[in-house]
Design a protein around this ligand. Structure first.
Ligand code: ZN
Length: 498
């Protein structure tokens, strides 16, 4: 190992520190910042993005990467250099001015999107979207790709992901989902989920959310929970400062309930990353798909299980006695697992959720292949929803304006959600083999065996393995939709009493 290595790592740590500051600004913008602050915040965010980028692509970084040598058997150093090189290679192809322009535009576009969504006026957002698509198209062209620009965009979130590969997995998933859905829709005894849309006072939902977060092991000494329009998890200082947000809807209990478990899943991953490697490239999460596997695992495979509610249902009855007095645990379990095509992705059930993602994947890919224009997006969205999910939005606010991602310029991000679902099912199947009494522990509100398994098999490695390699290593099989289809089919057989 050379002196260049230590200097390189310090440089990467500084870049990580600046990124933490940038995340803090974003977190603040989504939680507490007054709306009047948006113009100033856009300037601050753009300045920071520029500073981070300049430091990353500086000649000094290039020189350190050229000089550095590490021993092949030192996996920490090998991973650090590999990942430093990867981010450098990507960043060095993009001029700082373009990075700043994207940061500035997306900061303003986020505000315009919020306004457009609340007024249900796509025209307020479309000029921003046109601009962001053009900017990201430039990024894709500068980074380069073998077959299509979308690959270059996905690579930012899921290193190595290829649209053509996903297309095959998604096609199989779609076919199996549609078959399952047909069986569900023919079922004579669907669950009654109207019990979840009664009035659940926010104050009490907050108590419930805190209990859930504590139960699964979210460490509040190294994290905090707030409220925002679009729930998210962000990390300000590696595993030492991890923040989640929740959105409360008084007339829809699942939103905050499963939203909290979801963000806690992300937070548990961040809090479980190797603390001794904080700020080093190896100390980071593998990819957004792996990140999402952690959130979906806690939200769905744990949070929508019978075992979980065997313990927690009494808590729910205690908080909402008047609302749920005649609802049995079985009624509740069936209600939270009801499968029904719906308009909003974040509220979709586990089975139809992926159809929402497949649609976004197809639309984004079409946008970046110049087969779809932003002007035609609302109608393409509505047609796609009708064909793919089986429901048609009446308003763009419930259609193509529903998600924040495009206002952030985050194209190529959505596929990581379905990847997360598939990874989660595959991991969880393996965890159940390794820990045979896993559900007994969950039913006792003891989440340590599962968390321990995740820490050992996934979290502690940080970014040592790429997603595909990690899945193969942990489960012995490459990624497929098999575990997920087995899981949802089993769940539906229980819920729909086949
Ligand atoms: Zn998530």
């Amino acid at each position: 190992m050379t002196g260049s290595y230590q200097t390189l790592i310090e440089r990467m740590k500084d870049i990580g520190r600046l990124s933490g500051v940038s995340q803090l600004l974003d977190w603040d913008q989504e939680t507490y910042m007054p709306r009047g602050g948006v113009a100033a915040r856009a300037e601050q965010s753009a300045l920071l993005a520029g500073l981070i980028h300049e430091r990353l692509v500086a000649d000094e970084t290039r020189r350190l990467l050229d000089d550095v040598t590490v021993h092949d058997d030192d996996f920490v150093a090998v991973t650090n250099v590999r990942e430093a090189r990867r981010v450098y290679e990507r960043a060095s192809r993009i001029p700082t001015e373009l990075v700043k322009e994207i940061a500035h535009t997306s900061s303003l576009a986020k505000d315009a999107w919020g306004e457009a969504r609340s007024r249900d006026e796509f025209a307020r957002f479309s000029p921003w979207l046109i601009k962001l698509v053009a900017l990201k198209r430039r990024v894709a062209d500068l980074i380069g790709y073998e077959t299509e620009p979308y690959d270059a965009l996905m690579d930012e979130f899921e290193p190595g992901a290829k649209a053509a590969v996903l297309e095959t997995i998604f096609a199989e998933l779609r076919e199996k989902t549609v078959a399952l859905l047909q069986r569900i829709q023919a079922s004579p005894r669907p669950p009654d989920d109207t019990i979840l849309s009664q009035t659940f006072p926010e104050e009490r939902q907050r108590v419930l959310s805190s209990r859930m977060a504590e139960a699964v092991g979210f460490d509040l000494a190294r994290g905090r929970a707030d409220v925002s329009a679009h729930p998210f998890c962000t990390t300000i200082g590696g595993p030492l400062d991890v923040r989640i947000t929740t959105r409360y809807q008084e007339r829809f209990l699942p939103s905050a309930l499963f939203g909290t478990l979801h963000e806690c899943g992300h937070a548990l991953y961040e809090q479980g990353l190797p603390e001794g490697r904080r700020g080093e490239p190896i100390g980071e999460a593998v990819s957004l798909g792996i990140h999402e596997s952690q959130s979906r695992l806690w939200e769905n495979l744990v949070g929508r299980s019978r075992a979980f509610w065997k313990f927690h249902y009494s808590s729910l009855l205690e908080l909402f006695p008047d609302t749920l007095y005649n609802v049995s645990l079985d009624d509740f379990y069936r209600a939270i697992n009801k499968v029904k095509p719906s308009l909003i992705r974040v509220e979709a059930d586990e089975v139809t959720y992926n159809l929402h993602i497949i649609l976004r994947f197809e639309l984004e890919r079409a946008l970046f292949r110049d087969r779809l224009s932003v002007e035609d997006l609302p109608s393409a969205w509505n047609e796609g929803m009708t064909q793919t999910v089986g429901v048609t939005p009446k308003r763009d606010a419930d259609g193509c304006l529903q998600d924040i991602h495009w206002s952030m310029g985050a194209f190529g991000y959505f596929p990581t959600y379905t990847l997360g679902n598939l990874y989660a099912a595959q991991f969880f199947e393996r965890a159940r083999e390794d820990v045979p009494d896993l559900f007994d522990a969950i039913a006792d509100n003891d989440h340590r065996p599962l968390l321990q398994w995740l820490r050992e098999n996934i979290h502690q490695h940080g970014r040592r393995f790429r997603a595909g390699e990690l899945v193969l290593r942990v489960t012995g099989r490459p990624l497929s939709c098999d575990s997920f289809v087995r899981y949802v089919t089993g769940k539906c057989a229980d819920v729909y009493r086949w």
